[in-house]
Design a protein around this ligand. Structure first.
Ligand code: ZN
Length: 185
Protein backbone atom coordinates (compact mmCIF):
# COMPACT_ATOMS: atom_id res chain seq x y z
CA UNK A 1 0.00 0.00 0.00
CA UNK A 2 1.34 3.39 -0.97
CA UNK A 3 -0.35 6.56 0.13
CA UNK A 4 0.85 9.69 -1.64
CA UNK A 5 0.81 13.20 -0.32
CA UNK A 6 -2.05 15.11 -1.96
CA UNK A 7 -1.05 18.45 -3.45
CA UNK A 8 -3.02 21.45 -2.26
CA UNK A 9 -4.30 24.51 -4.10
CA UNK A 10 -1.42 26.88 -4.70
CA UNK A 11 0.87 24.10 -5.91
CA UNK A 12 1.51 24.91 -9.56
CA UNK A 13 1.48 21.24 -10.61
CA UNK A 14 -2.30 21.32 -10.07
CA UNK A 15 -2.47 24.04 -12.73
CA UNK A 16 -0.72 22.09 -15.45
CA UNK A 17 -2.33 20.04 -18.19
CA UNK A 18 -1.87 16.28 -17.81
CA UNK A 19 -0.58 14.21 -20.73
CA UNK A 20 -2.62 11.38 -22.26
CA UNK A 21 -1.34 7.91 -21.43
CA UNK A 22 0.09 6.38 -24.64
CA UNK A 23 -1.86 3.30 -25.74
CA UNK A 24 1.04 0.93 -25.10
CA UNK A 25 1.36 2.19 -21.52
CA UNK A 26 -2.29 1.79 -20.50
CA UNK A 27 -1.87 -1.85 -19.47
CA UNK A 28 1.78 -1.51 -18.38
CA UNK A 29 2.89 -2.58 -14.92
CA UNK A 30 3.78 1.01 -13.92
CA UNK A 31 0.24 2.17 -14.76
CA UNK A 32 -1.27 -0.67 -12.68
CA UNK A 33 0.91 0.29 -9.73
CA UNK A 34 0.02 3.96 -10.10
CA UNK A 35 -3.71 3.12 -10.21
CA UNK A 36 -3.37 0.97 -7.07
CA UNK A 37 -1.52 3.76 -5.28
CA UNK A 38 -4.17 6.27 -6.38
CA UNK A 39 -6.93 4.12 -4.88
CA UNK A 40 -4.91 3.71 -1.65
CA UNK A 41 -4.43 7.48 -1.48
CA UNK A 42 -8.09 8.25 -2.28
CA UNK A 43 -9.40 5.78 0.31
CA UNK A 44 -6.94 6.98 2.95
CA UNK A 45 -8.16 10.56 2.40
CA UNK A 46 -11.82 9.42 2.29
CA UNK A 47 -12.26 10.99 -1.14
CA UNK A 48 -14.80 10.17 -3.83
CA UNK A 49 -12.30 10.49 -6.61
CA UNK A 50 -8.69 11.37 -7.28
CA UNK A 51 -6.87 12.58 -10.38
CA UNK A 52 -3.19 11.77 -10.96
CA UNK A 53 -2.10 15.48 -10.97
CA UNK A 54 -3.33 15.67 -7.36
CA UNK A 55 -0.43 13.41 -6.39
CA UNK A 56 1.97 15.26 -8.66
CA UNK A 57 1.75 12.96 -11.68
CA UNK A 58 0.76 14.72 -14.89
CA UNK A 59 -0.98 11.78 -16.55
CA UNK A 60 -4.60 11.58 -17.65
CA UNK A 61 -5.71 9.06 -15.05
CA UNK A 62 -8.65 9.36 -12.64
CA UNK A 63 -9.90 6.91 -10.04
CA UNK A 64 -13.42 7.15 -8.70
CA UNK A 65 -15.51 5.13 -6.30
CA UNK A 66 -17.30 5.67 -3.08
CA UNK A 67 -19.77 4.37 -0.64
CA UNK A 68 -21.18 6.32 2.25
CA UNK A 69 -18.49 7.66 4.51
CA UNK A 70 -18.23 10.11 7.35
CA UNK A 71 -16.83 12.83 5.09
CA UNK A 72 -20.09 12.76 3.10
CA UNK A 73 -22.86 11.66 5.46
CA UNK A 74 -25.53 13.17 3.21
CA UNK A 75 -24.58 11.22 0.10
CA UNK A 76 -27.39 9.06 -1.14
CA UNK A 77 -25.78 7.40 -4.12
CA UNK A 78 -22.81 5.04 -4.25
CA UNK A 79 -20.38 4.59 -7.12
CA UNK A 80 -18.50 1.48 -8.10
CA UNK A 81 -14.73 1.73 -8.21
CA UNK A 82 -13.63 2.81 -11.63
CA UNK A 83 -10.46 3.77 -13.47
CA UNK A 84 -10.63 6.39 -16.23
CA UNK A 85 -7.66 6.68 -18.52
CA UNK A 86 -7.62 9.50 -21.10
CA UNK A 87 -11.24 10.50 -20.36
CA UNK A 88 -13.05 12.92 -22.66
CA UNK A 89 -16.21 14.73 -21.56
CA UNK A 90 -18.81 16.30 -23.84
CA UNK A 91 -21.86 18.03 -22.33
CA UNK A 92 -25.07 16.75 -23.94
CA UNK A 93 -27.60 18.95 -22.21
CA UNK A 94 -27.55 22.63 -21.54
CA UNK A 95 -29.41 22.27 -18.23
CA UNK A 96 -27.26 22.91 -15.23
CA UNK A 97 -26.98 21.31 -11.85
CA UNK A 98 -25.60 23.04 -8.76
CA UNK A 99 -23.72 21.33 -5.94
CA UNK A 100 -21.58 22.31 -3.01
CA UNK A 101 -18.30 20.77 -4.13
CA UNK A 102 -15.27 19.93 -2.06
CA UNK A 103 -11.83 18.75 -3.12
CA UNK A 104 -8.97 16.82 -1.49
CA UNK A 105 -6.69 19.58 -2.79
CA UNK A 106 -8.75 22.25 -1.01
CA UNK A 107 -9.22 20.50 2.35
CA UNK A 108 -11.89 21.61 4.78
CA UNK A 109 -13.66 23.88 2.33
CA UNK A 110 -16.68 23.84 0.03
CA UNK A 111 -17.97 25.97 -2.79
CA UNK A 112 -21.11 26.15 -4.87
CA UNK A 113 -20.56 25.20 -8.52
CA UNK A 114 -22.95 24.78 -11.42
CA UNK A 115 -22.20 22.32 -14.21
CA UNK A 116 -23.99 20.68 -17.15
CA UNK A 117 -26.33 18.03 -15.71
CA UNK A 118 -25.76 15.47 -18.46
CA UNK A 119 -22.52 14.49 -20.16
CA UNK A 120 -21.08 11.99 -22.57
CA UNK A 121 -17.96 10.36 -21.14
CA UNK A 122 -15.47 8.44 -23.30
CA UNK A 123 -12.52 6.69 -21.64
CA UNK A 124 -10.26 3.66 -21.49
CA UNK A 125 -10.18 1.38 -18.48
CA UNK A 126 -7.03 -0.13 -16.98
CA UNK A 127 -7.35 -3.16 -19.29
CA UNK A 128 -7.17 -0.90 -22.33
CA UNK A 129 -10.82 -1.29 -23.25
CA UNK A 130 -12.61 1.77 -24.66
CA UNK A 131 -15.99 2.87 -23.28
CA UNK A 132 -18.56 5.57 -23.91
CA UNK A 133 -21.45 6.37 -21.64
CA UNK A 134 -24.10 9.00 -21.00
CA UNK A 135 -24.11 10.10 -17.37
CA UNK A 136 -26.36 12.49 -15.52
CA UNK A 137 -27.04 13.85 -12.07
CA UNK A 138 -24.56 13.81 -9.19
CA UNK A 139 -22.29 11.27 -10.92
CA UNK A 140 -21.91 13.66 -13.88
CA UNK A 141 -20.72 16.30 -11.41
CA UNK A 142 -18.11 13.93 -9.93
CA UNK A 143 -16.72 13.01 -13.37
CA UNK A 144 -16.53 16.64 -14.45
CA UNK A 145 -14.80 17.69 -11.23
CA UNK A 146 -12.18 14.94 -11.52
CA UNK A 147 -11.58 15.41 -15.25
CA UNK A 148 -11.13 19.16 -14.68
CA UNK A 149 -8.01 18.27 -12.66
CA UNK A 150 -6.48 16.81 -15.85
CA UNK A 151 -6.83 20.25 -17.46
CA UNK A 152 -5.32 22.14 -14.53
CA UNK A 153 -8.74 23.40 -13.43
CA UNK A 154 -9.95 23.47 -9.82
CA UNK A 155 -13.58 23.89 -8.78
CA UNK A 156 -12.50 27.24 -7.33
CA UNK A 157 -12.28 28.51 -10.92
CA UNK A 158 -15.94 27.63 -11.44
CA UNK A 159 -17.51 29.09 -8.30
CA UNK A 160 -20.92 30.48 -9.13
CA UNK A 161 -20.22 33.37 -6.76
CA UNK A 162 -17.03 33.85 -4.71
CA UNK A 163 -19.26 34.41 -1.70
CA UNK A 164 -20.65 30.87 -2.00
CA UNK A 165 -17.42 29.40 -0.66
CA UNK A 166 -16.02 28.76 2.77
CA UNK A 167 -14.96 26.41 5.51
CA UNK A 168 -17.14 23.35 6.11
CA UNK A 169 -17.87 24.17 9.74
CA UNK A 170 -18.94 27.74 9.03
CA UNK A 171 -21.08 26.65 6.09
CA UNK A 172 -22.75 24.01 8.24
CA UNK A 173 -23.60 26.60 10.87
CA UNK A 174 -24.95 28.90 8.15
CA UNK A 175 -26.79 25.93 6.64
CA UNK A 176 -28.53 25.05 9.87
CA UNK A 177 -29.68 28.66 10.08
CA UNK A 178 -30.73 29.02 6.44
CA UNK A 179 -31.98 25.46 5.97
CA UNK A 180 -30.53 25.43 2.46
CA UNK A 181 -29.58 22.04 1.16
CA UNK A 182 -25.91 21.27 0.73
CA UNK A 183 -24.23 18.54 -1.24
CA UNK A 184 -20.59 17.90 -1.90
CA UNK A 185 -18.21 16.18 -4.27
ZN1 ZN B 1 -10.74 17.78 -6.69
Amino acid sequence: MAVYKILRAGDQVLRQIAKPVPENEITAKETKKLVRDMFDTMIDAKGLGLAAPQIGILKQIVVIGFSKNERYPKLESEMERQVLINPVITPVRSEILGFWEGCLSVPGMRGYVERPSKIKLAWHDEKGEAFEKIIDGFNAVVYQHECDHLQGILYLDRLKDPRLFGFNEELEIADSINKTQTEAV
